[in-house]
Design a binder for this molecule. Structure first.
Ligand SMILES: C[S@@+](CC[C@H](N)C(=O)[O-])C[C@H]1O[C@@H](n2cnc3c(N)ncnc32)[C@H](O)[C@@H]1O
Length: 269
């Protein structure tokens, strides 16, 4: 990829998606976009940039964003967060309420929002005050959202899930040779998937949230974008709501107005 194309693409990606694209990421960008060039039978990155920017191919913009985002996720990722949610956060946010809203912002292929639903079921099963709940699952990547909606995973995907959870929340295929599992419908029905680009000013959300997971996406953004995204997320949180970031993410020096209550967990006053 020539310098000119790299500059064009990296500038566009940083502005549109927020993902930092310093020169050190040039090789990564090349390898992720090679497939797009092949699919369209183009010769090189110059032709690809012309195709993308001059013809303003909206569908290709979506595909490009899919190709460049890192979608790694897992069931039971950073499990201390789910323990904190059940033990500490839910008893607080459900007080005096009959219904709460949860949001998995940057939900990738659905493991995180489905996990939230499973832990809500666990909380409700033990609580003297079970509550109704809805989970919004959002991401910029349309292919991730489609996989989330399908709710189909492999036995390997759920190897870190306890036997108890496997029994309660996953359906095995009728075909004994298949390695696929599906999330049970009472969990699926709690989760609504929707595209949201965290970089945009207006998320188009009507509800406000009591629990927000925004994990392992801010690391890709620069400090200014991180600050703006956090401020927008906070504007969609009820007072007393909790925000969970990834373990390697921090709000140091951001003056967000949130209270740190545990490692990478914050609360709105
Ligand atoms: C590494 S995954 C994290 C998934 C999950 N939260 C977790 O911790 O397991 C990061 C996700 O952020 C999404 N993403 C990247 N930039 C985004 C943006 N500007 N708006 C919304 N989602 C974005 C990617 O598509 C990807 O699915």
């Amino acid at each position: 990829m020539e310098e000119r194309e790299f500059r064009k693409l990296s500038k566009f990606i940083e502005a549109e998606v927020g993902i930092k694209m310093p020169p050190a990421k040039k090789i990564l960008l090349e390898s992720r976009l090679q497939k797009r060039i092949k699919i369209h039978n183009l010769r090189d990155f110059k032709e690809y940039c012309d195709f993308l920017f001059e013809q303003k191919d909206r569908q290709e913009l979506v595909e490009m964003i899919d190709a460049i985002t890192t979608n790694k996720t897992d069931f039971m990722r950073e499990p201390a967060h789910f323990d904190y949610m059940v033990e500490k956060a839910l008893p607080e946010v459900t007080r005096g309420k009959t219904r709460i809203n949860l949001w998995s912002a940057a939900c990738s292929t659905g493991q995180e929002p489905y996990n939230l639903a499973m832990f809500m079921e666990e909380f409700n099963g033990r609580s003297p005050r079970p509550v109704d709940y809805a989970i919004r699952a959002t991401d910029i990547s349309n292919s991730c959202l489609a996989r989330g909606r399908d709710a189909l995973y492999t036995l390997k995907d759920i190897e870190d899930v306890s036997l108890d959870f496997k029994r309660k929340y996953f359906l095995k295929s009728r075909d004994p040779k298949s390695d696929q599992v599906k999330i049970k419908s009472h969990i699926r029905s709690r989760v609504q998937f929707q595209p949201i680009n965290l970089m945009k000013d207006d998320y188009g959300l009507r509800e406000t949230f009591d629990i927000v997971f925004c994990r392992n996406v801010l690391i890709y953004f620069d400090k200014d974008n991180q600050r703006d995204v956090i401020a927008r997320i906070i504007s969609h949180m009820n007072s007393g709501a909790y925000l969970f970031l990834g373990h390697s993410e921090s709000m140091a020096g951001m003056n967000s107005g949130l209270m740190g209550v545990a490692s990478s967990i914050f609360r709105k006053r």
